[in-house]
Each structure stands twice: as C-alpha cells, then as structure tokens.
Ligand binder design. Sequence first.
Ligand code: KPL
Length: 305
Amino acid sequence: MVASHPSTRPALSWCIVGRGAIGLLASARLQLAGYLPSLWLKHPQSLQLTFTAINQHQQLLLLPQTTDHFIQRVFVPVKAYDVISAVTQIIPALSPSAQLVISHNGMVPHQPLLQQLQPGQGLWFLSTSQAAYKPAVDQVIHSGEGKSYLAKLTEAASDDQHIINAMTAALGPLEVVADIYPLLWHKLAINAAINPLSALENCRNGQLSDPQYLPQITALVSEVCQVATALGYPMQPASTLTEVYRVIAATAGNFSSMQQDVAAGRQTEINAISGYICQQAAQLQLAVPANQNMLSQILALTAAN
Ligand code: KPL
C-alpha cells in the first residue's frame, strides 16, 4: 500500500503545535480517523508515538513533522503561557485563509493573537475535559473520557464542517457553542479549586474529596463565582461546588496538570488560573483571599525553578 502524503490530500492535513499530552492525543486520534496530522515543534522532528486508547488498546503511530509553508488548519493545544509565542512563531507559515483552533487551561487575553492574524484568518477556541498524560516523551495515554466544546472567536472563523468533523475525531464528543466564555469561567472555577491545591498537597485529585479541604474548596469556588457573576457570567456557588466534586470523583486517580508541572519542576499555569481571577477581582475591587493565597503559595513553591 502506498502511504498518502499530506500534499496529495491537503484537505485532510492538520498541523498540531507542540507535543503536549492533549496535542498528541488529538494527533493520534486524527491519524486513526484518516486525517493527516503533522507536528510543529520547536526542534522539528517526526515522532514515533505509542498511543494507548481509553480501552487500553495500544498502537504505534508515526507523526511526521510539518513541512507545509502554506498551512491551512492548525490546532494549538499548548500551555496558557505559551499560546502567544506559539501563534507568533507559526503565523509566517499560515495561508491567508488559515483556520487556527487554540485550546488551553485558564484565561489568556486573546487580543494580542487577533492583532497578528490577517483579515481572512479565523480563530476558534476548543475547551476539553478529555484527559491524557505522557508517561514518556514518545507515549501518550488517553486516561479519562471527557467532552469538548468548540466556538468561533472571530468573524473569519470558517470552514465550519471540516473543523467540526476534525475536532470531533480529535477530541469529541464535541458541542459547538456560540459563546465559549461562560464555559471557560466554569472550567476556571474547576481548575482554580483542584489544580493549585493538588499541587501544594502533592496528591491525586481524589484526595481532595477529604472533608478537611471542604472549607478551602468552598471559598475558592465562591470567589470565582462572585468574580464571574460581576463580569456578566452568572455562576451559582452551590452548583459549581457540586461540579467541582463531580470532577474530583471522575478524575480521582489522576494527578492534575499543575501537580505534574510542579513535580517535574516546570512552569505552571497558575497565572492564567488563580492569577487571572485575582487580576479581574482587583479591577472589580473584590477580595479573593483564598485564590490570592493559592497564587502566592504556588509562585513561592516554583520560584526556585
Ligand atoms: O483540567 C484539569 C487539570 O488537571 O488541568 C483537571 C480537571 C483538574 C483534571 O485533572
């Protein structure tokens, strides 16, 4: 059988930026669905990836490096603090009508990205609760079944059916929503409650169901609800707290991304999570001591890195 090459079937080509767990999960699932994913890495190289699906089925896949210089579709699932620089680096290689799908934890101001795009280049946002981790640089394990939400961030976001189909293959089930921000605030509350606390306690998410953490988690969640509501995204503390405990139970055996970052001595997404909440609260003149405490403690813990 002759292997197909991206340039012979450009309609199926996707460029995936970075080699994070979600990006590799998306790449593996895209390839298995018949798409042609390629990796855009800081040090260009192809990757032989061992992919373990949610049903434990293992496959060895070859993910080539991106060689296109007229990239039409790109998925950018990088850490919050890397989004702007990743997009800045790839922009010269994009076609004038390229479609970019970004995905990250926490909140990042999207204005600097929008300023760099040409009028025909569209920006989408994907928020996912699919869970994956990398036990080694060339292995990715799909560790938790989740769901993804996709929304347009700009008028130039187009090519809808292809983007929706591909993102469904990559990280579905997928729901298309008109406004991603209510969902992002919802996810921010979950991450603000679980990520810093699990990193400070150096524990799996499930350990946070211990009643000793209830007052702290309740305070973190109600502060986020207060800020989100003041910004026009109404959130109820009681139902949000229930959702946080549902996620803790659903991901009980997992280490949160921030626990993993701290344990590995990497930069964390604390500024895009607790930092963003504190910044917004300061502008609204609201006090958020529980989130401020998480921010200070994680920054102190990682200061030496
Ligand atoms: O999104 C997550 C993360 O680890 O970043 C949660 C939901 C907390 C799952 O671990």
